[in-house]
Design a protein around this ligand. Structure first.
Ligand code: FES
Ligand SMILES: [Fe+2]
Length: 344
């Protein structure tokens, strides 16, 4: 059975690894990118999407494809609670139901649900949507890590779009070893040993990949979390000059744009409340944020320059164990999804 989007890549294991597994939540963009009254076109996870807010400000994610003849709804007119296609005026609401076909009143399309609509929500400054393998299946509950839920944690979102396959960022995040090399000049990753042995520790939602002989010194562990959304959590120890608060925890997620580009989200969080929160927020904006962008820039340059077929000729070693495990998990899940689709 074909995937409902009609994108043939989504019918193969390789395509699902490049464009993202189905039956997952994905972060699409920072919430501020979708302004009221605007129609935003974004490509994500192999789908061509229209994102907009209704008059109440609620965000909606739908296919950017008019059910009449496929014109881009993102080129249409925002009418508050519906969109009018600019080609022949068809009007469609936030549930994908055709409200009116002005050229042919009473047309059979009126009242029909004719546009794929993805369950969507806004959280922690970003827009998220559920991409089910089946069009109308209920989404799984949205369960972000506690750093994005618990009010005792505070954070800043950094958003990037990089010209590299999505999986390069997953690999990068599950590869703590690169901290001591690629980021060796960074203020937080210049200390500690440069050689390490790693181990994998299972958790209820994934696994932790950690150095066996060093913790709390450098980028010493990464955690893969799959709560019907892929998350990576890691922690970077902070010098005292970074102000009050507990260890600095980064919650990340990445979303394919297409087979060679992806978006990535990094929430830099700290458990800090009251006046300490104010002082941390001030310090972060004034001093720490520019340094974080420098580190991300090093990752970007490295990933974007890597050949697109990097996976086809590698020699992995001990500190790549998490990458091996992750690829096996994602590949297994992609195969499972295609088998389940066949069986329906
Ligand atoms: S293509 Fe949209 S109304 Fe005709
Ligand atoms: Fe990095």
């Amino acid at each position: 059975m074909r995937h409902p989007s009609g994108n043939p890549s989504l019918d193969t294991v390789d395509g699902l690894l490049r464009l993202g597994l189905r039956d997952r939540w994905y972060a699409l963009c920072p919430a501020g990118q979708v302004r009221r009254g605007e129609l935003v076109r974004l490509d994500r996870v192999g789908e061509e999407l229209l994102i907009w807010r209704d008059a109440a400000g609620t965000v909606h994610v739908q296919e950017d494809r008019c059910p009449h003849r496929g014109a881009r709804l993102s080129q249409g007119v925002h009418m508050g609670d519906r969109i009018a296609c600019n080609y022949h005026g068809l009007q469609i609401d936030d549930e994908g139901v055709v409200v009116s076909v002005p050229g042919v009143p009473g047309c059979a399309l009126e009242g029909k649900r004719a546009l794929r609509t993805f369950p969507a929500l806004e959280h922690a400054g970003a827009v998220f949507a559920w991409f089910g393998d089946q069009e109308d299946a209920e989404p799984a509950p949205f369960q972000p890590p506690e750093q994005l839920v618990d009010p005792e944690w505070d954070g800043f979102l950094a958003y990037v779009e990089w010209d590299a396959p999505w999986v390069y960022s997953l690999d990068n995040l599950m590869d703590p070893m690169h901290g001591a090399f690629l980021h060796r000049k960074s203020h937080t990753m210049s200390t500690g040993k440069r050689e390490a042995l790693f181990q994998i520790r299972d958790t209820p939602t994934g696994f932790v990949f950690e150095k066996t002989d060093q913790a709390g010194v450098n980028f010493d562990w990464s955690e893969w979390i799959d709560t019907d959304m892929h998350w990576v959590r890691l922690s970077i120890p902070y010098p005292a000059t970074a102000g009050p608060g507990g260890p600095f925890t980064i919650v990340c997620t990445a979303t394919p744009i297409n087979e060679t580009q992806h978006a990535a989200f990094f929430w830099r969080t700290r458990k800090v409340t009251g006046w300490q929160r104010d002082s941390w927020r001030f310090l972060y904006k004034a001093r720490l944020e520019p340094r974080h962008w420098e580190v991300l820039e090093q990752d970007r340059v490295m990933e974007e320059a890597m050949p697109l077929d990097a996976w086809s000729r590698e020699n992995l070693y001990q500190h790549d164990l998490a990458i091996v495990r992750l690829r096996r998990m994602l590949g297994g899940e992609a195969r499972r999804q295609l088998r389940a689709r066949e069986a329906r």
